[in-house]
Design a protein around this ligand. Sequence first.
Ligand SMILES: Nc1nc2c(ncn2[C@@H]2O[C@H](COP(=O)(O)OP(=O)(O)O)[C@@H](O)[C@H]2O)c(=O)[nH]1
Ligand SMILES: [Mg+2]
Length: 318
Amino acid sequence: MTASDDKTPAESRGFLARLRAKVNRGASWLGDLVPGRRIDDQLLEELETRLLEADIGVEVATAVLADLHRAVARSELADAAALQGALRKALLAILQPVERPLAIDRSKKPFVILVVGVNGSGKTTTIGKLASRFRAEGLSVMLAAGDTFRAAAVEQLAVWAERAAVPMISQAAGADPAAVVFDALQSARARGIDVLIADTAGRLHTQSHLMDELSKVARVLKRLDSEAPHEVLLVLDAGLGQNALRQAEQFHRAIGVTGIVVTKLDGTAKGGIVIAIAQRFGLPIRYVGVGEQPEDFGIFDAGAYVDGLLRAAPGNPQ
Ligand SMILES: Nc1nc2c(ncn2[C@@H]2O[C@H](COP(=O)(O)OP(=O)(O)O)[C@@H](O)[C@H]2O)c(=O)[nH]1
Ligand SMILES: [Mg+2]
């Protein structure tokens, strides 16, 4: 059984194809570098440059290249296909340990997911997609409009709530997000809801303000349920490249991230950032986004992702 076989929804096969097709754009194409070439130091150097351009990170690129150099020295890599295979294997070794889908523990009622990340990373969109997904799996869902900093944020979440036909708890703009989320948890409990997903602000007056606010939200939840939030989902925009690592570090230090969503893997040449994130933090990568449509969002699959990364650019023979 392959990793993707146990993701039963029919859409997931479609999503894997989309993931393969959309990961990695622009100058960092890896697939078109190797075919037909002699494997020598120059080729390996070019490969390293491409990996770095894809924002895979210096640490990973150096380690992967050292592996490949050793294999070449042992004459194990006779041709381009063997080199591609070795590269694929090295990348999968980093990614497979973080390919850990989110499992909703049905004994937690509700299972509370706190969604965090900077403005524009794709939090609200992710929440909307998750709400529909969980509903399709037969779970009841409630949303909490914890981004009270911007008036438009509540409206945006309301649109997603309506689309997924799930209730949403909100207060007026400027309200204390901890109070909104506390109310929502009480209400979700009273209504026997399975999953509560809380949106949060991505920017306040200062970064430390934001981190304080998020820790307060988590603290207040614990007053009702000492294990809540059961998942702290950090949403990262792949297009940020290495900056995504800094964000992950800050959020992880402030509130303890338990899972990662990487959005916007479409339209970026920095798709390798997923590997840098995996290597640096070892945190589960739960979902990835490759576009704005609902079908452009799905469970992270290391194999499909690496296929996408290593695939030749359109028009280049593989
Ligand atoms: N191309 C692309 N756009 C995305 C993806 N995910 C979210 N977006 C867009 O990014 C923008 C910001 O998303 P939003 O959910 O409002 O971010 P938030 O500020 O973190 O809540 C919106 O226009 C989304 O449609 C993705 O995977 N690919
Ligand atoms: Mg938002």
